[in-house]
Design a protein around this ligand. Structure first.
Ligand code: C2E
Ligand code: CA
Ligand code: CA
Ligand code: CA
Length: 280
């Protein structure tokens, strides 16, 4: 039989070609959208158990003139693959700095209030992170302690020593680190105390199961104790119900974020939300 015959080596795969075309199209659409300033950061509050605001997470949105609001799940992967992520990151940081400046100037902003910024793993690989972040924050004259950088566990696995060195550099500047989606990755518990981290963010999938019998709450309460024992803060993401908030409060969580408290909002709306909170 012919070894390399038949359909085994298709050099032209129409499905694959189609996918590639779509990706290239999206990439060029992202470039246009950056030029036209269609990317904006939304902000979602994080509240402590007494209901005080402690932070806000910046979440990018693509406000498309025809398609409307486009989810980051759709364009972030392509932005990462094509090296456009740094530019998106810059626009999010710019919006976050504008918000912090406005709040610092117009109202009493709690000293510990900070904005959480999502960092892609690939930004560690390209070493673009430090310059990209520090230049913007310095230009605004904002203290790096106003930020916590959300990273995923994968950063602590690949090239661990190298990535931790980059984190130390940012820590030395005053930036803090939070491990996003904690519990879904593979970070080794044996090493966790050695990471330059300040906070664990419990993934929504665990919060969803918190009332599914003893096991659901066991995992969440274990992560909370782990964080407390290590001297880390611990935040729950994706809190959607009063029951979840109540249980998390009983478990002595540092902070909660989710639709139950508030949806992600554009900066102006976030500012009015804050005012309303203060008056109520
Ligand atoms: P993430 O960092 O895990 O963000 C949490 C996601 O959950 C956000 O989706 C948020 O809007 C959503 N969320 C918040 N509360 C609730 C809730 O109570 N219920 C449910 N079902 N969802 C809730 P979003 O804004 O669509 O962002 C999706 C992902 O895109 C983020 O996941 C993050 O990985 C990425 N992303 C967003 N903004 C940025 C950015 O500026 N840079 C980078 N590199 N990635 C970003
Ligand atoms: Ca996040
Ligand atoms: Ca998350
Ligand atoms: Ca998540």
């Amino acid at each position: 039989a012919k070894k390399f015959g038949g359909h085994r080596f298709a050099f032209y795969d129409p499905a694959l070609q189609h996918e590639l075309d779509l990706r290239l199209q999206l990439e060029s659409d992202i470039i246009t959208a950056i030029k036209e300033k269609q990317f904006v950061a939304y902000f979602q509050p994080q509240l402590d158990c007494q209901g005080n605001i402690i932070a806000a997470e910046a979440l990018i949105r693509w406000i498309h003139p025809i398609k409307g609001i486009i989810s980051p799940y759709y364009f972030i992967p392509v932005a990462e693959q094509s090296g456009l992520i740094d530019q998106l990151q810059s626009s999010v940081l710019f919006d976050a700095c504008m918000l912090i400046k406005t709040l610092e100037q117009t109202q009493q902003l709690h000293d510990s209030f900070c904005v959480a910024i999502n960092i892609s793993a690939c930004q560690f690989i390209t070493h673009s992170l430090y310059n990209n972040i520090v230049s913007i924050v310095d230009a605004f004259g904002i203290s790096p302690t106003r930020f916590k950088l959300e990273i995923t566990e994968s950063i602590l696995l690949d090239d661990m020593a190298e990535n931790i060195a980059q984190m130390q550099q940012l820590k030395a500047k005053g930036f803090r680190f939070s491990i996003d989606d904690f519990g879904t990755g593979y970070s080794s518990l044996a090493y966790i105390h050695t990471y330059p981290v300040d906070e664990l963010k419990i993934d929504k999938s665990f919060i969803d199961k918190i009332h599914e019998g003893n096991r659901g709450s066991a995992i969440v309460s274990t992560i909370i104790s782990l964080a407390h024992n290590l001297g880390f803060n611990v935040i729950a993401e994706g809190v959607e119900t009063a029951e979840q908030a109540k249980t998390l409060t009983q478990l002595n969580i540092t902070g909660m974020q989710g639709y139950y408290m508030a949806y992600p909002m554009p900066a102006a709306e976030f500012i009015s939300w804050l005012k309303q909170q203060r008056n109520s």
